[in-house]
Structures are given as structure tokens and as C-alpha cells.
Design a protein around this ligand. Structure first.
Ligand SMILES: C[S@@+](CC[C@H](N)C(=O)[O-])C[C@H]1O[C@@H](n2cnc3c(N)ncnc32)[C@H](O)[C@@H]1O
Length: 341
């Protein structure tokens, strides 16, 4: 089980080394955190590129091919909830055969493959991380969906496509990595055809977040450092950014606030009532993985730094659970907007 992670991380070691890459990530993030000017000057694409080189194998191992959370109804499997959350975006955008949609920050392609399969639309995955694109291409071929998928290896702030190119665009928990929402939404607006729509799931700090509460602040900072998030916006900032770049806002809503019975979005990280599918991401699963990797790193079967990457992701998971319990953070602020035609 953990052999898969450590073997895969050897690929990263082959390129630049796990330990130096992790140190570079921490230095860059620390500099950006301490100094607003450094944050403005930071090459965000590079920061996220290093981060995803380090964590992609862990995500695939612990979570699967869709790197996001999902609202879940009692009795629904973890995997089914992820797929439903993805299909809901396709349905909101009325994706159909013949349409071409852009997936901003496509990861290893889990959502785009589900959406292509469900809608018949062609999906162009935009991603700054080449390692993830390699995986996504392979998964698309394995799923027999290569004809409905293409990839653009570029920064989503500077998409390698002309103005008015796409019939629709979406993001699944990816624009949380943008330094600010106005820049990335402006790029979505530029590449969308007039009259077409954008939908996404964004990270937010809810109105329960209190910046004067040291515990809230600490939890937020832990999520940011361990998740490579330079900012986490409040809903008002996101709504305002959509309008600022010219979108007509059709709907925005925090899907973590469910009217009926639901399973908390952070439950797969927590482990209460875990299913086999989410065992690896649960507390117990994570402890076992880290202990195994520690032994392997000691025996030099895993590259130096592997355990620290695993611990960084555990910090992220624990902070997310705590933030979810307190209701101060949500990874599923649904946005739906239209470029005027
Ligand atoms: C949390 S993952 C979500 C991936 C995918 N949407 C999913 O749900 O499986 C965030 C994604 O955003 C991508 N990303 C982050 N910053 C980016 C940037 N500046 N340009 C393009 N992609 C970026 C990462 O490489 C990663 O694939």
C-alpha cells in the first residue's frame, strides 16, 4: 500500500528530490506569508507546481482521482458522492455533446472524465502541473475518453487559448490556489464565449470565522500552509470578484449547509463510520501510512522527506476536520455566473 506512494515519489526524487522540493515549498510559502510584497511577487504557479509534484501520489493513494470534497447523503458511498458533485456541475452548465468546456485546474482528471462521460461534451483540462497532466492523459486513455479530452499545460491566470474560445468553464476546488479571485475570474471571462457560463466549487471562510479568535486563526493558517493556499476568501469577496470582471451572478451558495440529513464533508478525513473506500484518508489510515513510510524512509526504501510530506498532509486533514466541525470553513461554495451575451 504505502509502497505505491514511495515508489511514485522516487519519480519526484529523480527530477529534483523530495527533501529539497519540500524545503523550497516551505521557504516560498513562509516568505509569502511573512511579507505582503513577497506574496505579491511570488510565482504562484511555481509554488503550486512544487506542491503538486510532492502531494499528487499521496492524493491518488488516499483519495482517488478526484481531488475534492463533496456533499453526501446518508447511505451514499464516498465515491458516489464525488461523482454526483461533479455531474451536478455539468448539469448546472447544461453541458451537451458538441460543446467544449474548460476545466480550470483539472488535477489528474477525475472530474473531467466523469463530466465528459456524463455530458458528452469535450473537456479541455488546464493545469500548471505536468506530472498531473501525464497521469490525466493516461487515465483518459484507459477510460476510452481520449477523444473527449485535451490538455493545456499552462497557468490558469494566463490560459493558452484565444478570447471567446469555450462554451462553458468550471473549476473544482482549484481556484483556491489563485492569488486573488479577480485575476483568475478575469481569465475565465476572457476565454468564455459571450452568453456562456462558468460554475465552480470554491473554498471559503464562512461568517462563523472570527479573526480575533486565535484558535480560528491558527486553524486557518494550518489549512493555508499545508494546502498551498495564499488566501482563503469570504463569500462576499468571491461574489464581488465575479461581478468586478463582468459576470452576471446567477447563484452562489454554500453547499456545506444542507437542509436535509447529510454526512459532513470532512467525514472521510475523520474516520467515524468510515467505509473501505475512504479508509486510507481516515485518521487510522493516515497513522498507518505515516508509520509505514517512516520505517521505509529509515531503511532508505523511500526518499528522504517522504514522511514530512505525509505529515504536512496530515496537518491539512486535521485542520480541515477542525475547521469543518467549527463551521468556519467550507470547500463547496457553489458559484454560477454568466458572461453577458
Ligand atoms: C485541489 S486540486 C483539484 C484538482 C481537480 N479539480 C479535482 O477536483 O480533482 C487543484 C488543482 O489546481 C491546479 N492548479 C493550481 N494552481 C494552478 C495554476 N496557477 N494554473 C493551473 N492549474 C493550477 C493544481 O495543479 C491542481 O491540479
Amino acid at each position: 500500500m504505502s509502497f505505491k506512494v514511495s515508489n511514485a515519489l522516487k519519480t519526484v526524487r529523480g527530477r529534483r528530490g523530495v527533501d529539497p522540493a519540500l524545503r523550497e515549498y516551505e521557504n516560498r510559502f513562509g516568505a509569502a506569508e511573512d511579507d505582503a510584497r513577497a506574496r505579491d511577487a511570488i510565482d504562484g504557479k511555481r509554488l503550486h507546481d512544487i506542491y503538486y509534484d510532492l502531494v499528487t501520489d499521496f492524493y491518488e493513494y488516499g483519495w482517488g482521482r478526484s481531488f475534492h470534497f463533496a456533499p453526501r447523503v446518508p447511505g451514499e458511498s464516498f465515491k458516489a458522492s464525488l461523482a454526483r458533485h461533479e455531474r451536478n456541475l455539468a448539469d448546472a452548465l447544461d453541458l451537451r455533446p458538441g460543446m467544449v468546456a474548460a476545466d480550470f485546474g483539472c488535477g489528474v482528471g477525475g472530474p473531467m472524465l466523469e463530466i465528459a462521460q456524463h455530458s458528452g461534451a469535450k473537456i479541455i483540462g488546464i493545469n500548471s502541473n505536468g506530472y498531473q497532466i501525464e497521469h490525466a492523459r493516461t487515465f483518459a486513455e484507459q477510460a476510452g475518453l481520449a477523444h473527449l479530452t485535451e490538455f493545456l499545460h499552462c497557468d490558469f491566470l494566463y490560459v493558452d487559448a484565444p478570447d471567446n474560445s469555450f462554451d462553458a468553464a468550471y473549476d473544482v476546488e482549484a481556484m483556491c490556489h489563485a492569488p486573488d479571485k479577480v485575476s483568475v475570474y478575469a481569465e475565465v471571462f476572457r476565454v468564455l464565449k459571450p452568453g456562456s457560463r462558468f460554475a465552480g466549487y470554491e473554498y471559503i471562510m464562512t461568517d462563523r470565522y472570527n479573526p480575533d479568535d486565535q484558535h480560528h486563526v491558527r486553524v486557518k493558517e494550518d489549512i493555508q500552509l499545508s494546502g498551498a493556499l495564499l488566501v482563503i476568501d469570504c463569500p462576499e469577496t468571491i461574489d464581488e470578484a465575479l461581478r468586478t470582471v463582468g459576470f452576471e451572478v446567477l447563484e452562489t451558495r454554500d453547499l456545506a449547509v444542507q437542509s436535509g440529513p447529510s454526512v459532513p464533508w470532512y467525514q472521510p478525513l475523520d474516520g467515524s463510520g468510515i467505509s473501505f473506500a475512504s479508509f486510507r484518508s481516515s485518521r487510522v489510515g493516515r497513522v498507518i501510512t505515516t508509520a509505514t513510510l517512516r520505517a521505509m524512509e529509515g531503511l532508505r526504501l523511500a526518499p528522504k522527506g517522504t514522511v514530512r510530506v505525509s505529515e504536512t498532509l496530515n496537518l491539512c486533514a486535521d485542520a480541515m476536520i477542525e475547521a469543518g466541525r467549527m463551521g468556519i470553513f467550507s470547500p463547496m461554495y457553489f458559484v454560477h455566473a454568466r458572461k453577458p451575451g
